[in-house]
Design a protein around this ligand. Sequence first.
Ligand SMILES: [Zn+2]
Length: 408
Amino acid sequence: MKDRNNRILLDMEAINAYNATPGNGITRPTFSPEYQGAATYVIDELKKIGAEITICRAGNIRGRLPGAEPDAAAVMMGSHLDSVAHGGQFDGVVGVVTALEAARAIVEGQVNHRLPVDVVIFAEEEGSRFGRGLLGSSAWTGRVTPGQLAAIQDAQGISFTAAMSNAGIEVDDSGELKPGDVRAMLEVHIEQGAVLEKHGSRIGLVEAIAGIRQLNISIHGTADHAGTTPMADRSDPLQAAAGIILAIDQIAKDSGPHTVATVGRITCEPAQVNVIPGRVRFSVDVRDSKLKVLESAVAAIIQCTKTSCSEKGLSFEIDQLSEAEPVTLSKNIIDFLEKKTRSMDVEPHRMISGAGHDTALLAGLAEAGMIFVPSRDGLSHCPQEYSRLEDIALACDILLAAVIELAA
Ligand SMILES: [Zn+2]
């Protein structure tokens, strides 16, 4: 057991040595030299245990232990190695090192398995380089075409496809994952919230991953002189926006226990001290694990915008920026992981993930489950991000026990 903790620690240190911003958090954009260094480290470790390495569609990496029935549906486990700018050492990495260590334990323990066991690394999970999260898993599951990958560019105008070839990546298998390819998908991840800390639980089992609707609301009024325009004669979009933003907060609170809504970006024109604003734009991010609840919260926000603008004689536009459907993870897998966790004398906490994960995209193809480890103070995507080694190793033990049984 001590061995396991040590090896996980060494793997994490080795991966995080590949970092574009030493001393200032982890920055490891997809296909950057740092990313390639970290990926190569994991590939080399997988090769040491005899795993067959395949570079799959969109640069997703698969290390396979074939098993007795190499053509059967595989049991997959893994996560991602890319990071946000100045992020932490744990996001994604925890899911890769626990999968690597579980694969080592299977080989070293000479565990017989009928189904192939795959360690996977999904490309561009964060969307930090190419502006779209879950891009590798979206492409692998056929939601993004090779043509789209060739068109998606980073801030320097380098396409996803060109960035891959610049990094020397050659795809061995450009096929998309289909039902029947994957028996189950398991991902260990840091929680990125404080629910587990609050409940004093070392392990979270994810029942559902929240769906997301992101809107941009623009309200148009009339820019005018701040001194000479009487209050009654104004057409001020910022006053309307202020009311709507307060209402959005209340709509989320009234909507359901898991609904969250955020206005994270606001711009005002012409943004002068002595001018009544002419136009205000703000973003809205709404999440819930239940589609109906999510949709009715969004409908309430739209209705509130309509009412508020028409009362004040303002015009408005609402654009949908992006959407992701809520995903329910496999009840069988959750029950099964719960038993495994309890068998280790730990009581898991069932929870909803407010953050998106690659596993959500695999959930349509296979039974999918996620194991969360606590994030200290709920922090993530920052240098302070921290999860305890003992919790990561415990998650690895649960993952290992689950994969052995699923692949048997
Ligand atoms: Zn992550």
